[in-house]
Design a protein around this ligand. Structure first.
Ligand code: LLP
Length: 421
């Protein structure tokens, strides 16, 4: 569910017409709906009702501080994967005790910053990392709370680039080695083992892989408890998929996911953490872009937009589908026609969609990419010296620019010329 609907023929974000935002900030831009962000957060909260839980929003999905603060004020914690994310979450007002630190390559400096600043737990991904955290904690006179991320060797049945729970992936420690690694952790005085962490991948559209993984976590919890570890917290990662097309996809709902968690793990009496990113932010954001030219090619028409792969890389990187809709609602009965929808960047990979059926469009028309709130703005770059596009947050009938479009000078003047030139 989202709050991007046509009203009187104009596509709106909540109560604000997108054309009005475009008139203020120019195009392209990202726009997020507060009501949708909060609704998605609440769906998870309700799904875990009756359990002791914390929803740690995976802020890699969309990390603008205005989004973080919106969610944090509703009760969210954060899942961070770099010190940059940690500092951004803190700047947005999230206390350290509500931040979990994931990631396969945390550096000593990152660990130090989080330990000094306060952290709920590190999700440890390897034995060498465990030793570094221990050493830094001892040096600081602290005890670092940790979980250990186990790799359950489960096929998440998602795109290969975003599956993480198979034994060939770089993530976690093999579940078969868990007893040994937990014993090693328990012997390190700078660490306090609080639980288990697992995350098997992203954009999962079936609950079965979660079920397999969570059953393995349940077994492991009992085994580790029998071995003397006080396993009291389970971090179950993120990964619940979203519909990217309006027509035929119906991924499981948070309520079904919550029921699965309770069914597989509820009897253990652990505190539950989850780390959803995409489901909270994905359908809470659009990217709006303008048609620059309509070009007739050999047997096809191209819509050349002012947004490009540097602004939204998902189609180029994962062959991802995003619904693209006109900002002015087509009149009933208008015959759609196929377009190849592309950006201005100088490579053929800069293609958003091929033979996409759209109502006839002309230069100057605005279009909106749906489901672009997660892994959209955060993965953008300045490739082709194109400044990062602005982000806007809507709240009812209000909107605010939450990241302005940089000027060309701001972008260019970050370069420095060495003295010999
Ligand atoms: N927790 C961990 C440890 C993760 O690595 C991720 C995502 C999440 C939580 C959140 O997963 P979500 O609920 O958003 O599925 N750029 C890709 C997605 C990469 C996901 C990486 N890890 C895309 O655009 O599809």
């Amino acid at each position: 569910m989202d709050h991007f609907l046509y009203r009187d023929g104009a596509l709106c974000a909540e109560d604000v017409p997108l054309a009005e935002i475009a008139a203020t900030v120019g195009s392209p831009f990202y726009v997020y709906s507060t009501a949708t962000l909060l609704r998605h957060f609440q769906l998870f909260d309700e799904a875990l009702d009756g359990t002791d839980h914390l929803i740690c929003y995976a802020m890699k999905a969309a990390s603008n501080q205005a989004i973080l603060r919106t969610l944090a004020q509703a009760g969210a914690g954060m899942d961070v994967v770099s010190v940059g994310e940690y500092l951004r979450a803190r700047a947005a007002g999230v206390p350290g005790v509500r931040i979990v630190f994931s990631g396969v390559g945390k550096t000593a400096e990152e660990i130090r910053v989080a330990l000094v600043g306060g952290i709920r737990q590190f999700n440890v991904e390897s034995e060498p990392e465990m030793e570094v955290i221990n050493a830094i904690a001892l040096e600081l006179g602290k005890v670092a709370p940790i979980t250990i991320r186990v790799n359950p060797d489960v096929d998440a049945k998602t795109h290969a680039k975003i599956a993480t729970g198979k034994s060939e992936n770089k993530f976690g420690i093999p579940i078969a080695r868990a007893s040994a690694v937990y014993a090693q952790a328990a012997a390190l005085p700078g660490l306090e083992v609080v639980g288990i962490d697992v995350h098997i991948g992203s954009q999962l559209t079936d609950l079965a892989p979660f079920e397999t993984a969570y059953r393995k976590v349940a077994e492991l919890t009992e085994r580790l408890r029998a071995e003397g570890h006080d396993i009291r917290r389970l971090d179950l990662g993120g990964g619940l998929g979203i519909p990217y097309t309006r027509s035929n996809e119906a991924p499981p709902l948070p309520m079904e996911y919550g029921a699965l968690i309770k069914r597989t793990l509820g009897h253990l009496g652990c505190e539950i953490e989850i780390e959803p990113g995409r489901l909270i932010a994905g359908n809470a954001g659009l990217m709006v872009s303008k048609v620059i030219y309509v070009k007739s090619g050999e047997g096809r028409d191209f819509l050349i937009l002012d947004a490009a792969m540097n602004d939204l890389i998902r189609p180029a990187m994962y062959d991802a589908h995003h619904d693209i809709v006109p900002v002015v609602e087509p009149e009933p009965g208008v015959e759609p026609q196929p377009y190849d929808i592309v950006g201005p960047v100088c490579e053929s990979g800069d293609t958003f969609a091929k033979a996409r059926m759209m109502p006839p469009l002309a230069a100057g028309d605005l279009v909106a990419f749906r489901s672009a709130g997660a892994y959209g703005a955060v993965m953008s770059s300045e490739y082709n010296s194109r400044p990062l596009i602005p982000e806007v947050l809507v709240h009812g009938d209000q909107f605010a620019v939450i990241r302005p479009r940089p000027s060309f000078d701001e972008m260019i003047n970050r370069d420095t010329i060495p003295p010999w030139l």
